[in-house]
Design a protein around this ligand. Structure first.
Ligand code: NAD
Length: 287
């Protein structure tokens, strides 16, 4: 049976170290700061924002939230971001998605200063990731990468299969694995015979949003399986995309849901914010 990869434990230890780094930065005259922009009252988004703000206080990062009504115009959002871009106390700007339909998401993301884009969604940062020069890797795949590292397995030359091809998880995940010289396949909803790919995976990353999508017989014996999915069942239970019991029999390593990837995502947002603050401190440091 697979060993479980404890994302909660790793997230806690990383955050403890970040607290120390934040303290050091503050001593050097730069208090790390994150601005979170939320437009509208989507309940799931409100929960995510609350989690991010809590993580900030846990890590010693100053946070501020800009809660805007759903009818806020795109121009007003762009104006706020322009202000935050200029504000030296803000090192990271996070616009919680989704935005209301009357706002052009791409225009908003592209208005964020590249060196404050701690989600890594700006086209510049996407391009930087493609050529292996990423400064702010997107938080979820970045967290997965650190979870993989805890297994001690060298990714180079391994068969890595990513199930899911979204811009925020699947695609950047595949690029990061490619950067580390895995042989990468990307599967998605139109893939024919998913099992034909997954069975070859030494490293299987699943981010489809479909409970029970991956079952034991689809998994290579001894594989590392990372379950990014978060699904709420009718009975209220939270499960991933992996059928935990049957996959645990086949895999060597497996992340639980909850307690796997989830806590790491917010932690990597803190990492990116600290990194941005660190860069700001370097710029202000006397030569
Ligand atoms: P998305 O809906 O944007 O993309 C889903 C992807 O999965 C698409 O590429 C789609 O083609 C593919 N897919 C759907 N059904 C499939 C199937 N039957 N077989 C193969 N591929 C299939 O979702 P997303 O934003 O990438 O999120 C994916 C999952 O990860 C969701 O459950 C989401 O809640 C979760 N998530 C978790 C975290 C975290 O921090 N743990 C962060 C982001 C997303």
């Amino acid at each position: 049976t697979a060993q479980l990869i404890d994302g909660l434990k790793l997230a806690h230890s990383l955050r403890a170290a970040m607290r120390e780094r934040a303290r050091q930065l503050e001593e050097d005259g730069v208090k790390p700061g994150l601005a979170v922009v939320l437009v509208g009252a989507d309940p799931a988004s409100a929960v995510y924002v609350r989690n991010k703000l809590r993580a900030c206080s846990e890590c010693g990062i100053a946070s501020r939230q800009h809660l805007l009504p759903a009818e806020t115009s795109e121009a007003q959002v762009l104006q706020l971001i322009a202000q935050l871009n200029e504000d030296d106390s803000v090192h990271g700007i996070l616009v919680q998605l989704p935005l209301p339909p009357h706002i052009d998401v791409r225009r908003v993301i592209e208005s964020i200063a590249v060196d404050k884009d701690v989600d890594g969604f700006h086209l510049y940062n996407v391009g930087a990731l493609v050529i292996g020069q990423s400064v702010f890797p997107p938080c979820t795949p970045y967290g997965v990468q650190l979870l993989l590292d805890t297994t001690g397995i060298d990714v180079a030359g391994k068969n890595a299969v990513v199930v899911g091809a979204s811009n925020i998880v699947g695609k950047p995940m595949a690029l990061m694995l490619l950067q580390r010289e895995a042989t990468v396949s990307i599967c998605h909803a139109r893939t024919r015979d998913l099992a034909q790919y997954t069975i070859l995976a030494d490293i299987l990353i699943v981010a489809a949003g479909k409970p029970g999508l991956i079952t034991g017989p689809m998994v290579k014996r001894g594989a590392v399986v990372i379950d990014v999915g978060i699904n709420r069942l009718a009975d209220g239970r939270i499960v991933g995309d992996v059928d935990f019991d049957s996959v645990r029999e086949r895999a060597a390593w497996l992340t639980p849901v909850p307690g796997g990837v989830g806590p790491m995502t917010v932690t990597m947002l803190m990492e990116n914010t600290l990194r941005s603050a660190h860069r700001a401190a370097m710029q202000h440091a006397p030569a």
